[in-house]
Ligand binder design. Structure first.
Ligand code: S5P
Length: 275
């Protein structure tokens, strides 16, 4: 597989999607391609972990609906930390319904995701209407969308023609869709072995990254930053339990050390790729 040797800063300059440009610029200046997924269930643990890893990340990924004590103040604190440490917020909502429903889920309800999350994501399974619905809310707010083109879990059905049709869907909505959740640069093909030089230059976000283990008991599969960034041409590593471990009980100092270790591993893999 051929991978892009262009640096984030160069891609930022040419990028037509405002939020992708902002993210690539931030990655270059903070020297990080690490996104931490903070999947804990209490507000105190969540904010403690976000504040601890903030200096080392380009993005924080949330599952806002797993927080037992969610309130409006949590969103305000998260936004404050996003400014303090300079990272973007990605709500991993994985929308999967018809356009009209996802539009309501994105802008309304308790969470009002569109008001605070710079980025969210969606499955392509419903067809183009899902993007049309989300775009109606997100585009005026200058938000960005990722499509799930592949999944890291064992036995995932998002392979082959499902993946390539998802790439086609993204190309039809590139003013809003800024990239993919996938394990590799899925928009590369024989005609365009380095799609980072194309005007759409979709960003590739890869979950299922771990340095210590190969998976969990529920089908998650892990690869290293070197495999994901260096060999598969992905742009951003998404790491959850590899960094916060047991979550609520983990020492802040241990979380900080792990965040530094993954940041370093992701950046080293990227530097080796563009060298
Ligand atoms: O294919 C996927 C897509 C996502 S967004 N596989 C994933 O694991 N994710 C998310 O990444 C998942 O929902 C979780 O929040 C995170 C991985 O967490 P970890 O603890 O396994 O690193």
């Amino acid at each position: 597989m051929s991978v892009s040797t262009r640096c984030y800063g160069e891609r930022a300059k040419a990028h037509p999607h405002k939020l992708a440009k902002r993210l690539l610029t931030l990655m270059e200046s903070k020297q990080t391609n690490l996104c931490v997924s903070v999947d804990v269930t209490t507000k105190t643990s969540f904010l403690r972990i976000v504040d601890a890893v903030g200096p080392y990340v380009c993005m924080i990924k949330t599952h806002i609906d797993i927080l037992s004590d969610f309130d409006a103040d949590l969103v305000q604190q998260l936004q404050r930390l996003s400014k303090k440490h300079d990272f973007l917020i990605f709500e991993d909502r994985k929308f999967a319904d018809i356009g009209n429903t996802v539009k309501l889920q994105y802008e309304s309800g308790i969470y009002k995701i569109a008001t605070w999350a710079h980025i969210t994501n969606a499955h392509s399974v419903p067809g183009d209407g899902i993007v049309t619905g989300l775009k109606a809310v997100g585009l005026p707010l200058e938000r960005g969308l990722l499509l799930l083109a592949e999944m890291s879990s064992q036995g995932s059905f998002a392979t082959g023609s499902y993946t390539s049709k998802t790439v086609d869907m993204a190309r039809r909505h590139k003013e809003f869709v800024m990239g993919f959740v996938a394990g590799r640069r899925v928009d590369a093909d024989a005609a365009n072995p380095d799609p980072s030089s194309l005007p759409d230059d979709f960003l590739c976000f890869s979950p299922g990254v771990g340095l210590a283990t190969k998976g969990d008991a529920m089908g998650q599969q892990y690869r290293t930053p070197k495999e994901v960034i260096g060999q598969c041409g992905s742009d951003i590593i998404i790491v959850g339990r590899g960094i916060y471990g047991a979550g609520e009980g983990s020492e802040t100092s241990v979380i900080v050390e792990e965040a530094k270790r993954y940041k370093e591993a992701g950046w080293t893999a990227y530097l080796a790729r563009i060298a």
